[in-house]
Write a protein of this length. Structure first.
Length: 316
């Protein structure tokens, strides 16, 4: 297959690109490198530097390549930034998605995999979130992801929308992983802080959970790439679907930091700061639908997730 991966120089996109290259697919990566990294561009892929907001460039790429599939990973993803710059997030996450859909329909590409987010659920009241749970995003990032989903559902394409929960870990080859100057996600930031001799931070320890800290669901980035490969037969049959991807298990912030300390072979210690506004106590997804309908099951344990990030970070 000929496949376009938008945001293929980013964290998730680079791991997906590697897996599809290994399966002998022809991969074209489109990335403006605003957050993506040149080091994460797969050497076996065709790379085009550019933005999904550049419709003329998109049309040119679609004319040059007869794509069978688009995997749309490109997005602005930092929640705090989305609150400050909501128009920027609307442009990239909503208008950018519409540009891709327009080009797909114009050039006869009928298959799309969209990387969405658990942020579409907002501060969910259920402890176990399903695909039918109420979608009420509590920030512009989540809002724009949900808007993009709705555009896709209205378009005349076959689609699979994956709502990722907390993604972590590095590729099996350790070539691809989370590379940012300012890490905000718990596992990579804790690994980085501890490796530099700093003490990780817990934001709030008075939530109504087993140890007072927030509980979250973590999924290995390799398991996400596996899900993308699994839906190829369904796309060929003109099928579509929406799935939550996580582990189906919850781990508290305190448990994660304890494991990070063990893997880094350092003393278990942390600093507690006040709760962050809007952080729900528990966010864990049900994964029954993906398991039953796709035959997908997360392969990697939480320890394997943390260790792969640790190994990737220590070779940078």
């Amino acid at each position: 297959m000929q496949i376009l991966i938008t945001g293929g120089a980013g964290y998730i996109g680079s791991v997906i690109a590697e897996r599809f290259v290994q399966q002998k697919h022809v991969i074209v990566i489109l990335d403006d490198l605003s957050t993506g990294k040149r080091e994460l561009i797969n050497e076996a892929a065709i790379f085009v530097k550019g933005s999904i907001l550049n419709k003329a460039l998109l049309n040119q790429i679609f004319q040059q390549h007869k794509f069978d599939l688009v995997i749309h990973c490109a997005a602005k993803t930092v929640v705090s930034e989305s609150v400050v710059k909501p128009k920027l997030y609307y442009q990239h996450n909503v208008v950018g998605t519409q540009n891709i859909l327009d080009c797909m329909q114009k050039h006869g590409c009928n298959n799309l995999i969209f990387c969405s987010s658990a942020a579409v659920y907002g501060c969910a009241k259920e402890n176990l979130i399903s695909e039918t749970s109420v979608k009420k995003p509590c920030n512009p990032y989540g809002q724009t992801k949900l808007q993009a989903e709705r555009l896709i559902q209205k378009a005349k394409v076959n689609y699979f929308i994956f709502r990722f929960f907390n993604v972590a870990g590095a590729s099996r080859s350790l070539k691809y992983g989370m590379m940012k100057k300012k890490l905000t996600l718990l596992i990579p930031s804790a690994n980085q802080m501890i490796s530099k001799g700093k003490t990780p931070t817990i934001y709030g320890n008075h939530y109504r959970t087993k140890d007072g800290t927030c509980i979250r669901d973590y999924v290995h980035v390799e398991d996400l790439a596996t899900a993308c490969l699994l839906v190829l037969p369904q796309l060929k049959k003109n099928q579509s679907g929406i799935y939550n991807l996580g582990s189906g298990k919850g781990y508290s912030v305190l448990e994660i930091i304890k494991l990070v300390c063990q893997i880094n072979n350092v003393e278990f210690k942390y600093v507690v700061k006040p709760n962050r506004h809007g952080d729900p106590p528990i966010l864990v997804t049900a994964i029954n639908k993906a398991m039953q309908e796709l035959g997908w099951k997360p392969k990697y344990s939480i320890k394997e997730i943390i260790k792969s990030d640790y190994l990737f970070r220590n070779q940078l």
